[in-house]
Each structure stands twice: as C-alpha cells, then as structure tokens.
Design a protein around this ligand. Structure first.
Ligand SMILES: [Zn+2]
Length: 265
C-alpha cells in the first residue's frame, strides 16, 4: 500500500474528515496524520499503513489534489446551512439525516481506538438516545420520524458494535480494509483448533452446572487475556496479530454462548 499525500487549497475540520474518508475508501488505509502548513492554506493528509507506524511514510509519496469542500449541507426542511457535525438544524430545529461518511466512532464522538473508554461511550450513547427518543418525534412529520428512526438505528448499531471488545476489534480491522471471515480456521494454528475441539467435547460431556461453570470460567479467562493481547497488538499497529487474536476470541466467544445455553436452570 502506498502512503499518500494530499494537497488541498482550503480546509476545515469537516473538509479534512471528508478527504480522509475519501482516502480511506480509495486505499483501505486507516490512520491519518494531519498537518497544516499554516499560514498558507494547505493541508497534508497522510495515509499510514499502521496506526503508529509513522516511519513507513517517508519513502514513496505522491501528490494528488482533491476538490472536496463539503463543510456543510442544507437542511432538508428549511434549506438553511447546517454543519455536518450538527444533528439538528439551528434555524428550524429539524433533525438532519445521518452523515453517511461517519464511522461508528465518529457517530458516538469517541476516540477511534480499541482502547475506547466504554464509560464515555455509554455516556455519549445515552445522550444521543435521549435526543433521538421517539417521544420527541411522535408529533412530527412522517419524514422527520423516518429520519429519527434511521439516526436511532445507526446509533444503536454503532454502540452495540463498539461496546464488546470482539466486535469493536473486528470493526476496527474492517476500517483498515481487513476482514475477519466467518469460521476463520485459516487464521489460527491447528493446535489451537484441537484445543477448541477438545473444549467443545468437554462441554458436550458436562452434565452438571458445576462442570459447565468450570468450562465457562476457563473460557472467560481466555477471553480476558486475549482482549489484553489484542489491545497491545492494536497499540503497536500490528494488525495481523490483532486479526489472529480476534479470530481466537471468536472461537471462545462461541463456546461462551453455548455455555450460557447449556446451563441448567
Ligand atoms: Zn432547517
């Protein structure tokens, strides 16, 4: 993947976001280092191949000029100018449709990191949930009600994805163009698959809640330690390692689901 440099003649925070989004979709890169050449109105966006791997940038640069200038949009109801960051039109207070270019972290206004602060995530989510509560829209037009449903669905999806370490990790990888396939057997070593098979057999043979619980707590321990290792891998920008660890987490998480189902009430 080639690192790239973008030179623009005007910029704003929103512009940078839009251009960064554009780059992401074009190149599958996932981290951007932004530098503005003040006082001249130029900004440089770097597509990096690793979250922290600044060192990989210098070698092969190329320039490209974009003409993206989406600082704001028009309110669908009164046509006043609304910035992309605003949920409601400042003139007529109508709810605006979701910004398709935002990722889940941006939707919840949280740091794009595996290490996301889940309490902050919860706080931001509750706040949005309050603003988008169906009660506020019951007397509004059909269109605004449908906009609020779209917004609300998106916010819920973003929150549920980012809350659990497994889905957060998989999502973070997907933002970098890395997909974790269903039944990711080829990601993990054969020895690991044997261990999983054995664990599944143990669970099948378990007759009492005590036996099931023992397997459950072993699996829970494995998930905690894999989450820690995944955190470390993301911090070091080692996405391939993160991918393997997440594949393993997926196996343990499946067993955890079975444990819950098998518990005798
Ligand atoms: Zn308006």
């Amino acid at each position: 993947m080639e690192p790239m440099r973008v030179i623009a003649t005007c910029y704003s925070r929103q512009w940078i976001r839009t251009a960064a989004q554009h780059l992401r979709s074009k190149t599958g890169t996932r981290a951007f280092c932004i530098r503005s050449n003040s006082p001249s109105p130029l900004c440089v966006i770097r597509g990096l191949s690793g979250l922290r791997s600044n060192s990989t940038v210098s070698s092969c640069w190329y320039s490209r000029t974009f003409s993206v200038s989406a600082k704001s949009r028009r309110c669908w109801s009164c046509h006043a100018e609304v910035s992309w960051s605003e949920l409601f039109c400042p003139s007529c207070t109508t709810l605006q449709p979701p910004d398709e270019s935002k990722d889940f972290f941006q939707i919840l206004d949280c740091e794009k990191s595996f290490n996301v602060d889940t309490q902050e995530l919860q706080r931001k989510y509750r706040n949005l949930q309050r603003l988008l509560h169906p009660d506020y829209f019951s007397q509004k037009s059909e269109h605004e009600r449908s906009v609020s449903e779209k917004q609300s669905t998106l916010v819920n999806k973003a929150y549920n994805t980012l809350l659990s370490p497994l889905s957060r990790g998989i999502y973070l990888l997907s933002l970098c163009g890395i997909t974790l396939k269903e039944g990711a057997d080829d990601e993990v070593e054969t020895q690991f698959l044997f261990e999983i098979l054995e664990l599944n057999e143990q669970l099948n043979d378990a007759d009492t809640n005590a036996e099931i619980e023992e397997i459950g707590s072993f699996v829970q321990g494995q998930l905690i330690s894999l989450t820690e290792d995944t955190r470390e891998a993301f911090q070091q920008g080692d996405l391939q390692e993160a991918k393997i660890l997440l594949a393993k987490m997926k196996y343990f998480s499946n067993i955890q689901d079975q444990v819950k189902k098998k518990m005798i009430p």
